[in-house]
Each structure stands twice: as C-alpha cells, then as structure tokens.
Design a protein around this ligand. Structure first.
Ligand code: DGT
Ligand code: CA
Ligand code: CA
Ligand code: ZN
Length: 596
C-alpha cells in the first residue's frame, strides 16, 4: 500500500499518551489540549511526517515549536526524553487505568493519588468494597460505568480494529503476490467478512510449491516473531501483537480452501450439512463424493456453492443468520457496494475539529468521483469548536464559490448538530432551514436512562430539519458502550419521520453496528453510509461502513447516499417548509449549494 503514513499514527499515539500523562500528573489543561490537538493534526496529515523538517512541521495546525522538536527528536532517536520522564513518574498500572472506557486520565489520577490504586484489578476490588463512591466526582453510577468499561476492554481483548487489520493484510497480500510462483493471494477469515474486530488475519495463497511464499512471509518487515512454520501454514506475530496466518494451497483447491477459511465457522457447519444431505463431503480440500471419495469440485467458491444448489454467498453474509436458507430459495439481498455510493453526507473541515481545509476536502471528494458531497461541521453546542452563525455563513459563502469550480460535484452545505439531553438541537428552526441537510448526534450525557435516551433520540427525529442521526448509539469499540435506548422505538420514529440512521464508517465506531442495522431494516428505516472524515484520507473509510451495511443485508435502495440527487433531495426536504428561494433553485443549475 505504502500510502498509509504509519509514522503519523505513531506520533499521534505518542502525543496523545503525553497529553494523558500530563493530565494524570495534574498538568495545565491548556497544555494538555494543545498536545491533543497536535496529535490529531499529525495523525490526520496526508504526508508522511517523518519526511518533514521542523519548519514544515510547524506549518501544521496546532503544531508549535515544542511539539515540532519532540517529533524531530522521536524520528532522530526513536524516543522523546520529556515523555520518558513523565512515564517514569507514573506506574504502568496507572497508565493502564486510563485505557478503561469512561475512566480517563483525570479520574485515574484521583484513584492513584487518593487511594493508591495502581492497576485495573485493584480498582475493581475497590469498587466491590464500595471505596470509590466517596471520592469527589465518583458515585454508584460512576462505579457501574467503570465496571462496564472494564468489561468492554476485556471483551475487545486483543482483537484489532478493522482498518488496522485491513491495511496490514493489503500490504502482506501485495508482497506475497510478487513472489514467483504465487498464482493467487487474498485475505480470508473475519476480515473478508468485514467483522467489526479481527482476532487474527488469515491470508490464503495458491502455489504449486509453498516454499518461497513461506520464506518471504517469515521475513516480512512487519514480522516480530514466527510462531509456527510449516509447509501448509505459517503463523507470525507482528510488533503490535497481531497474529497473521498464511496458508498455501495447490491451485486446484483454491475455491474450497477460500470458502473454508473465510468462515464463519457457523456458516461452514451449515453448508457442510447441505453437502451431507446431497451425499457429498466438504472440506478445505474440496467437495467430494461421500461414497467413492472422488473429488467433485474445488477450483472456485462459485462452483462449490453451485454444486450444493446455492448461488455464491457474499462473505459479509456468512454468519449463519439465515443466509443459507435465503440462498436456497433465491432470496439473497443484492448487497449495496462501495461503487454504489454517490456521495458522503457527514464530513468535517478545520473550521471545527477536522484537520484538512474545506478546499482540500472538496478536492479529495471530487477526486473520488462523488456526485454530491456534504460539509457538516459542528454547531455551537460543542463549545470547544467555537462555532458561530457568522462563521458557518462565511463557510456557506465559500462552499457556493467552490461549487462553480466543481461543476460535476454537487456541494451541500450542512452541519452536525448536537442533540442535547432533552432532544433539542443547537440552532433555531429558521436558521436550520438554511442548511441543505442536518446531521444530528449525541456527543455528551451518554449515561442517561433508557427512557430518557429514547425520548431524546425520538425528539431529534421529530425535528423537521434533522435528516440523519449521526453515530446513533455512540459506542466506541472497546472504549464506550452503546447508549441505553429502546432502539425499536427509535427505528419506528425514523421510519415515521423520514429520518435516516447513519452507518458511521470510522473503524472505532461502525455505528450502527451490523445487528442493529438488520433490526432497523425491518422497520423500513433508511440509512446513510458516511465517513465522518476529519481529514482527506479518511474519506476512504467508507469501505468499512459499506462492509458493515453488507453485514446488515442492506441493498442500494436502503441507503440514501446511493440515490440519484433528485431522489435524495426529496428525502432531505423532509418536513421543512419550502420557501420561494428553494422552489426557485430547483430549476437552477447551481442546485443545492445555491440555495437559501
Ligand atoms: P477471528 O480470527 O476470531 O476474527 O475470526 P475468524 O472467523 O477469522 O476465525 P479463525 O481465524 O479462527 O478461522 C478462520 C476461518 O477458518 C473461520 O472463519 C472458519 C475456518 N475454521 C477455523 N476453524 C474451524 C473449525 O473448527 N471448523 C470449521 N468448520 N471451520 C473452521
Ligand atoms: Ca482470523
Ligand atoms: Ca486464523
Ligand atoms: Zn462528525
């Protein structure tokens, strides 16, 4: 791949850690925020920062002299003395505490200083002894949230997020495909099924002789340790602790092997039962006649499924959620694909917490061949972003100017509203009517009771200006649980009011998740698959949202941002009053961006 700037991610993690450590040691809040901002800017920067000199680094938003110096020191020596110093002052167990969802550095500092707690285990014991609830800022509800956070952390365990596994697998497949004698190579397992987290990466290759492939695989630069090496299978562990299995099969067994190692295990069991009923035997080597042991088919997945009387089943469906039965009766959904997506409806710029400029984001969107594209920066309730009517109107004027430069890309000016605890949003209706679309999301008060949260989301749906509920459950994989709400009620409200639910493509969100999507679809809800990009290269995250939508059995019709503009425009109009200006622009070439 090569285009993914790994050094940027490393620096981002390092600076974020520094911010957390400063926060634990009671460092000044302004400095903490400055490092957080610099971390995001570097993580989201499109060029490899290890190639930039101090001056070029300081041109990045939020990167001042001290950050630039630390980054330069890191690339020169592999470490940063100032960070080593704070690390040394804080026990490793306390740093581990900051990773617990809902706890964070400030509460971790209180636990350490006031109770001498320096590990997750000690903290759990203290909660059971009810020793936390008397601390300032803690209470029974905090304890409950922390315990839930510990549980989440343990569930996520050593599983990798989808993008991390995807990029690594793509790099490995590239390297192995270049080996002489490699006839085919691809990823299989949970990654091919787009599961939201990945236990280990499974790579499959076809070759007459597995030797050169195994040899090359063991020597890849990402390999930290070879766990097991054999003729058919080699397993390695990367420096980040992720395991990768490579299996090499003879070319004639490719289809059966790919089918087997793609899984899921539950799907395979179901398919194998069908084979047994047909007097056949299915294994990773092929489909065989049960009596004679003769090979029937094995070269392609299509042929294996076909011989069992089934059409090919897309990997994201292979979870034993009724796909085998649906396939048998010709009822598989025609899944939405990345190519069907005509535009992104939730993106940010550096006017709020994004790191790329409006101009760069629009250029990148045009480069992706989108037909329409919405800028949706945060509204004023997110106080940190300091948004104002003036600022957003100035942005709108700039969006209209840009619209002339991109005649084939319809630019939409929107906003991401904040859903307050009572379901209200930031701006009054008259002002909201000036936007082409509004996303509305929950960004705080995550622990409201089920009935309160349900009412909050339903009220947001009932707002005639709200078109899309952003990251509807607000879960962060391994870090924050989904909000407690009656999702059935929310789905009913969405269907009734013409409000779409977002499938947020950020790999640590994937929100809605696959099972909730399946559930929501039954209510007739429409969906929007959005990147929520805060930097140009994040526009490509849509792939993971589409994979998640496929796991939710969605078709093109279910997803509003696959629709042609005329149909999407009608949907976005929702319950809004149509003023004369918008009636007029219906016929104008400038379209949506010229409205309001
Ligand atoms: P993961 O790695 O936990 O994210 O999930 P998978 O699905 O990638 O699981 P993994 O790596 O253990 O195995 C890859 C595939 O190989 C799995 O999806 C199905 C197949 N497989 C592995 N073990 C078995 C088994 O005991 N029975 C059957 N039928 N298939 C298996
Ligand atoms: Ca796996
Ligand atoms: Ca595996
Ligand atoms: Zn957003």
């Amino acid at each position: 791949m090569g285009v993914m700037a790994r050094p940027n991610d490393e620096v981002e993690a390092l600076l974020q850690e520094y911010a957390d450590l400063l926060s634990i040691t009671g460092g000044d809040a302004f400095k903490v925020r400055a490092y957080e901002r610099a971390a995001r800017a570097i993580g989201g920067h499109h060029e490899d920062v290890s190639a930039l000199d101090a001056q070029a680094l300081r041109a990045l938003p939020g990167v001042g002299r001290s950050v630039a110096e630390k980054v330069a020191e890191f690339f020169r020596t592999g470490r940063v003395q100032a960070i080593e110093d704070v690390r040394a002052r804080i026990p490793a167990g306390v740093r581990q505490l900051t990773a617990v969802p809902t706890l964070g550095p400030k509460k971790a500092a209180v636990l350490y200083h006031d109770l001498g707690i320096s590990s997750v285990e000690e903290m759990v014991a203290a909660i059971h002894d009810e020793r936390l609830r008397d601390l300032k800022g803690f209470g029974p509800k905090t304890e409950e949230n922390i315990l839930h956070g510990v549980e989440l952390l343990q569930q996520a365990g050593d599983r990798a997020l989808l993008d991390v596994a995807w990029e690594l697998a793509a790099e490995i497949v590239d390297e192995l495909s270049a080996v002489t004698g490699c006839l085919r190579c691809t990823h299989a397992g949970s990654l091919r099924r787009f599961r939201e987290t990945i236990g280990d990466i499974d790579i499959l290759a076809a070759a007459e002789d597995s030797g050169p492939l195994m040899e090359r695989f063991s020597r890849l630069s990402i390999v930290d340790e070879v766990v097991a090496a054999g003729e058919k299978k080699t397993s390695v562990r990367t420096s980040k602790g992720l395991q990768v299995d490579l299996r090499v099969v003879p070319p004639q067994a490719w289809g059966a092997a790919l089918q087997y190692f793609t899984g899921s295990k539950a799907h395979n069991i179901r398919v194998r039962e069908m084979a047994v009923h047909a007097g056949l035997k299915l294994s990773e080597y092929g489909l065989f006649d049960a009596d004679t042991g003769e090979l029937v088919v094995s070269e392609t997945e299509e042929k294996v499924y076909q011989r069992l009387g089934l059409p090919w089943i897309a990997p994201p469906l292979r979870e034993d959620r009724g796909e085998v039965e649906a396939a048998a009766r010709g009822g598989l959904p025609e899944l939405v694909t990345e190519r069907d997506i005509r535009g992104d409806l939730h993106t940010h710029t550096d006017l709020t917490d994004g790191v790329s400029s409006l101009e760069d984001m629009v250029r990148a969107a045009a480069g992706r061949g989108h037909a329409y594209y919405a800028i949706t920066d945060h509204a004023p309730d997110m106080a940190m972003q300091r948004m104002s009517e003036e600022k957003i109107l100035a942005q709108r004027a700039r969006v209209r100017e840009l619209a002339d430069e991109y005649p084939r890309l319809r630019l939409l000016h929107g906003t991401e509203l904040n859903i307050a605890p009572d379901g209200e949003v930031d701006w009054p209706a008259e002002f909201l009517a000036g936007f082409d679309l509004c996303v509305a999301s929950v960004h705080s008060h995550f622990t409201q009771s089920g009935p309160e949260m349900t009412r909050r989301l339903v009220r947001a749906c009932e707002n005639p200006c709200v078109n899309i509920i952003g990251h509807p459950t607000t879960r962060l994989i391994g870090r924050r649980p989904a909000v407690d709400a009656d999702l059935g009620e929310v789905f009913r409200a969405c269907a009734r009011t013409g409000t779409a639910l977002e499938i947020n493509s950020a790999p640590d969100r994937l929100d809605l998740r696959d099972e909730d999507i399946l559930h929501a679809k039954r209510y007739g809800v429409r969906f929007a698959i959005n990147s929520d990009a805060h930097a140009t290269q994040q526009l490509g995250l849509l792939r993971y949202g589409v994979g998640t939508a496929q796991r939710g059995w969605l078709t093109r019709d279910d997803v509003i941002n696959t629709w042609p503009w005329a149909k999407l425009r009608a949907f976005l109009r929702k319950g809004r009053e149509r003023d004369s200006a918008s009636k007029h622009s219906k016929h104008s070439k400038r379209g949506a961006a010229g409205r309001g």
